[in-house]
Design a protein around this ligand. Structure first.
Ligand code: FES
Length: 287
């Protein structure tokens, strides 16, 4: 079994954005993380724009934002190109992608970045998705930008011959292009403008009626995760929930990301998660 955590190097790195593309309402940024390790699926990074971020009058975002890794690709070695100069390519770190929607000052600033802009990155942080167990197959379920960690997880599963279908929920057709990030995805939209008209958990219930020998890996807004936890709990289907939380530090120091446990006590999502076994929770906190 693979350890679902890659350790972060000490300190913050500043790779430059290599690529920016739009997928409907979403933006996908890619950056070559020269000094970073390959992250595990479900881990996250703290990210901030290197310029115009805090420290300036009337420049609101001050804290970095937590983003799940959408996709990570080895860039490998080989002969250095003219562009690479004399840099030894054997030490090149992965190309990391992340997905965002401009919904506030921090994400709006990040969504403005383009090739050549600096990006502060700390991580990979947290614990990622554990393997399916007991011969169960993986079933992926995402909502909105919660699609992101499922893409890298599906990549890993497919690479070893384990197809993992996905059920994805979006607000409307403007957001549904986010589903292009995964293979074999069925889509639900709140307004019915693309795919099933209704909740993605409607698709989940139908899927479990067909075959419930699965582990459900889910990421999305808290109400969606709570519906997944509740539905799967009733059917004794294991869940691995990648929870969202505002994170001030990302490495266990501020306790701003704690979640209460069914058995009492708390976990910090940034170091003990963000992926938790749904059975640990009496309910998914609204955060
Ligand atoms: Fe600071 Fe988790 S974000 S302890």
């Amino acid at each position: 079994m693979n350890e679902p955590r890659a350790l972060a190097p000490f300190g913050r790195r500043t790779p430059t954005v290599a690529e920016r593309r739009e997928l409907g309402a979403y933006v996908v940024l890619a950056a070559d993380d020269e000094a970073g390790p390959m992250p595990r699926a479900g881990q996250f990074n703290m990210r901030a724009a290197a310029e115009l971020w805090g420290g300036r009058e009337a420049a609101p975002p001050f804290l970095p934002r937590a983003f799940s890794v959408l996709r990570a690709r080895e860039r490998g070695g080989g002969a250095p190109s003219e562009q690479d100069g004399a840099q030894p390519l054997a030490s090149r770190g992965p190309r990391l992608e992340f997905m965002l929607e401009a919904v506030g000052p921090g994400t709006a600033r990040l969504a403005e970045l383009g090739p050549g802009d600096g990006l502060h990155v700390t991580g990979p942080l947290g614990i990622g998705f554990p393997e399916p167990h007991d011969g169960r197959r993986a079933l992926l379920l995402g909502g909105g930008v919660g699609t992101a960690p499922l893409a890298i997880w599906q990549d890993e599963l497919l690479a070893r011959g384990e197809p993992a279908p996905a059920l994805l929920g979006f607000r409307d057709a403007a957001h549904a292009p986010g589903a292009e990030l995964l293979q074999n995805a069925r889509i639900a939209t709140d307004d019915g403008s693309h795919g099933h008209h209704g909740l993605v958990t409607d698709l989940l219930a139908a899927e479990l009626d067909e075959d419930d020998h699965v582990v459900v890996y889910a990421c999305g807004p808290p109400p969606m995760l709570e519906a997944v936890r509740s539905l799967c709990g009733q059917r004794q289907v294991p869940t691995r929930l990648a929870l969202e939380s505002g994170m001030a530090c990302g490495f266990g120091a501020c306790f701003g990301c704690v979640v209460p446990l069914r058995a009492g006590g708390y976990l910090r999502l940034c170091v003990d998660g963000p992926v938790l076994d749904g059975e640990l929770l009496a309910e998914v906190p609204a955060h």
